[in-house]
Design a protein around this ligand. Structure first.
Ligand SMILES: O=C(O)CCC(=O)C(=O)O
Ligand SMILES: [Mn+2]
Length: 213
């Protein structure tokens, strides 16, 4: 009997990784070509370079970022709280598409801009308490293909994964993924062009807030 797809009309690959729940959608409908979405976001986003403090020394983060979301969807990262900007029409449209693909609501999105091969993201898990237990995260990649690498948080014998994320692909991370694994993006030795990654998330709003959903 043919296998029923959870994503009718969309090509989907389950990525085998113990203790994780990863699905890669190589080319879902974004409403326009991935290159056009990339161009619009590169030009229209007020990019910021944040700092990170490691062992008492402050450094610029090796990438640019922007944070959008509903009013109360504050985001804490490396000890800082980011105020969200309101969704633009393009980001609101992408959010709806990601919600339809993931079957889960998102009230915020973090944009990361890797300008070239020198930009990167250190190993981390998206396990902040405000994302709740077993968060669903939809990660849209645009531009240069880079590798998202996974390493176990505890048991070394769980293995490791290097996952290529092509332009226009969406990686759905669910279940215990953030409990058991860290992920990051390495610098490259070879030259490479710009890449954007958008992680759609659901930040839990304080109970009683009019924005709570
Ligand atoms: O750039 C990526 O693919 C990963 C981004 C990420 O892990 C994050 O925003 O938390
Ligand atoms: Mn992450």
């Amino acid at each position: 009997m043919p296998q029923m797809s959870l994503y009718p009309g969309v090509d989907a690959q389950a990525i085998p990784l113990p203790g994780a729940d990863l699905t890669l959608l190589p080319g879902p409908d974004l409403g326009k070509p991935a290159a056009a979405v990339l161009e619009e976001l590169l030009v229209d986003t007020p990019w910021r370079q944040e700092t990170i403090t490691l062992f008492g020394k402050t450094h610029p983060q090796p990438r640019l970022l922007a944070w959008y979301g509903e009013k109360k969807a504050h985001y804490r990262y490396s000890g800082k709280t980011y105020e969200p900007q309101p969704f633009t029409p393009l980001l609101a449209d992408l959010r709806q598409r990601m919600e339809d693909l993931a079957g889960a609501p998102f009230n915020s999105v973090l944009l990361n801009y890797y300008r070239d091969q020198r930009d990167s993201m250190g190993l981390h898990a998206d396990d902040e308490p405000e994302l709740g237990r077993e968060p669903v995260i939809a990660s849209l990649s645009l531009g240069e293909e880079r590798v998202l690498y996974f390493r176990p948080k505890r048991e070394r014998d769980l293995g490791a994964l290097d996952l290529k994320l092509p332009s226009g692909s969406v990686l759905l991370m669910r279940g215990a993924t953030q409990d058991n694994w860290k992920h990051g993006v390495r610098k490259l030795r070879r030259c490479c062009g710009p890449r954007l990654n958008l992680t759609f998330r659901h930040v839990q709003l304080r109970a009683g807030s009019p924005d709570a959903r």
